[in-house]
Design a protein around this ligand. Sequence first.
Ligand code: ATP
Length: 445
Amino acid sequence: NSPKSSNIRPDMQRVLPGRIMGILAKAGEVAENLNYQVYAVGGLVRDVLLKVENLDVDLVVEGDGILMANKLAEVIGGRVRPHEKFGTAEILFPDGYWVDVVTARVEYYEYPAALPQVEQSSLKHDLYRRDFTINAMAVALNPGRFGELVDYFNGREDLQIGAIRVLHNLSFIEDPTRILRAIRFEQRYDMAVEPQTMRLIKEAVREKVIARLSTERMWGELKSILEESDPEHMLDRMSELGVWDYLFPEITFWEVQPVISEMPQALMILRNWGWAEPAEKWLPYFLAILHWTTQDTAHTICQRYFLGRRQTDKVLDTIAHWRAALKSLSATEDVPLSELTKIVQTLPREAYPLFLTLLEDKMAIRRFRLVMESVHRQKPSVNGKDIRGMGFKPGPMYRIALDALWRARLDGLISDRDEELAYVKAYLESRNAPKIETKQPEAVG
Ligand code: ATP
């Protein structure tokens, strides 16, 4: 059966940035010279059809993928990292961008007489191993066919009707991470897992296939969910389908759900207050999920997902301190800003969204905002170098003096650099901080 074809070059031109279009065109030319066929596949094709930008270039080559990657890198630049065993390679660019190249392999040499047929089917073979019909489309890149959509499994139609559909009945048994992926795509694109696929998911969950999955792979997909712009409905769906209990058996979803549902708004408010999105985009949600558990349980979960020391500490600090911080910000009496700041700073920055969802009254929220803004604004300009310039010996007193300065600024006792310098000097002198020794002239006599 031949795939439905149409040319989507105009859509590609509209949706994809010039840099990406350039790479795709060059890939086509390089493949043509090698007498290969090359295709862009997966997420990029899906998103072009949805008119959503996608910068992930995944190339499938009917031919030697590693040779193709090397030749392509000669034209577009970048360093090739080959994986000989799999016939795949990445082309890595200095700015962190990369292009994936894989070899579509079949019994290429077995049917020399029917080469075109076999070539076709080698791409089809590759696409058949993919998760859903909407992710199993390819677009041809060779100059004569550039933009030709290759759609063996009616992915385009499924995109149009909004259906997440597997390619065969054993899909979730073969790879249970696809259950999480189905949920992610369904909610991200506001589509629906079609009935037969849903039956297969339920069957797979009943048969506990997720328990057989390595925690690394599970964590990879979970992290992708927590990095989506709105994970709430994905987590809801995970709970509904009984998947949550495999990922967080220690945590009752309904206990953390109210906090999770307020996270998108909290994130938005914080961004308006100048809070910078952390590099680990998943961490704010992860903290929201874990904040209600004990230190021990949280530690077990962090270990299960191989979190590093730094990330684990952030989880444990959040659990250890959010209650006290909440109490101080919600106190009825006046607490000095410096005091509040000290308490808020026991929380990692990544916990601020969670923390904001926990603050109930307006007063507490105002105080939190004040803390955040003053931390931003009131950062003193005086530093260690300045203190050295005053002739004090480097040592622990530097930090203590700068902390005191910082609190004084927050409480509005000083307002400019001159006052800062005077404050630090007076502070250190009053505590007899040691001075840098200068050679004294020998006493004569
Ligand atoms: P995103 O926009 O989230 O990056 P994506 O579809 O590009 O979505 P990737 O995880 O980068 O997601 O995967 C790229 C392609 O690889 C998918 O489109 C799909 O064709 C295939 N793929 C990824 N994971 C699986 C899997 N577990 N099983 C089968 N195919 C997969």
